[in-house]
Design a protein around this ligand. Structure first.
Ligand code: ADP
Ligand code: MG
Length: 260
């Protein structure tokens, strides 16, 4: 077991944003966290990547208590591509990606040839090598996101935490990024907005609603028309796609809802 979350509870104020969430991710799995806006996906992930500290519950990474692990050690094990991508100063693209190397280094170490190669390869993988000298703040949303994924790759940890990583991207980059992450063969826990993408790429899913996990299982077990209606209040038609062999979900406009 790579990640073991038990009874995770967190509140920003009075109401629990995340209430007794338990989940597991096995080595090599691609696990999706889905659920409506405000259901607690980002809060769960932030507690796991140490952006927030749980009120209650335990989080173990590779059998060790993550909450007391030195930050550098956890950064060597897990890389994060979060949802808010605010970078406070204007860095060059290659500088942002080089930040992924910092857990591998001591204070005041400068980047060596090996680091530079890793940074270059990560940018190349994301099709961003030609933009290495560009200023990060002037990039489009999609380009920024690809740079942040390159930074996570340069970090060379084999567990990726992603919070709706393709939200600002058009469909070709959405597919490209998920295809790329899948090919990395690392362990992944990702919040995913789009249920069709979740069905295409995830081995297992957890569904959050009002801060609680209400469903879990394979995409086939979780993404039934009944469940989608229960969680999102939307009628849909779910079938197995003849080419992908995966579930394909079509949302039904009101006029067609009585037929399905
Ligand atoms: P999701 O990622 O599924 O959209 P979030 O984890 O962002 O959900 O939010 C869960 C709940 O916590 C929501 O009700 C949201 O309004 C609330 N929330 C999120 N961030 C904050 C914050 N910084 N301060 C107060 N409430 C917050
Ligand atoms: Mg979110």
């Amino acid at each position: 077991m790579r990640l073991h979350v038990e009874g995770l509870t967190y509140s920003y104020g009075e109401k629990d944003a995340v209430d007794q969430v338990s989940l597991q991710v096995e080595r090599g799995e691609f696990v999706g966290l889905i659920g409506p806006n405000g259901s607690g996906k980002s809060t769960v992930l932030k507690n796991i990547y140490r952006g927030l500290t749980p009120d209650r519950g335990s989080i173990k990474l590779d059998g060790e208590n993550l909450l007391t692990m030195p930050y550098k050690k956890s950064a060597l094990k897990m890389a994060v591509v979060g949802q808010e991508n605010e970078v406070p100063f204007d860095f060059l693209v290659e500088e942002i990606v080089a930040m992924g190397r910092s857990p591998h280094k001591k204070l005041f170490d400068i980047d060596n040839v090996h680091d530079k190669e890793i940074v270059h390869h990560a940018l190349e993988h994301m099709g961003m090598a030609h933009m290495a000298k560009r200023s990060y703040l002037n990039l489009s949303g999609g380009e920024k996101q690809r740079v942040l994924i390159a930074r996570a790759i340069a970090q060379e940890s084999d567990f990726l935490i992603l919070d709706e990583p393709t939200n600002h991207l058009d469909i070709s980059y959405q597919m490209q990024i998920f295809d790329f992450i899948k090919r990395l063969n690392v362990t992944v826990l990702s919040a995913i907005h789009d249920l069709n993408l979740a069905a295409l790429y995830c081995d297992r899913l957890y569904v959050l609603k009002n801060g609680k996990i209400v469903l879990q299982g394979t995409p086939e077990e979780v993404l039934t028309a009944e469940h989608i209606y229960e969680v999102y209040g939307v009628k849909s038609s779910v079938s197995i796609h003849p080419v992908t062999g995966k579930l394909a979900i079509t949302y039904l406009p009101e006029a067609l809802q009585n037929i399905a």
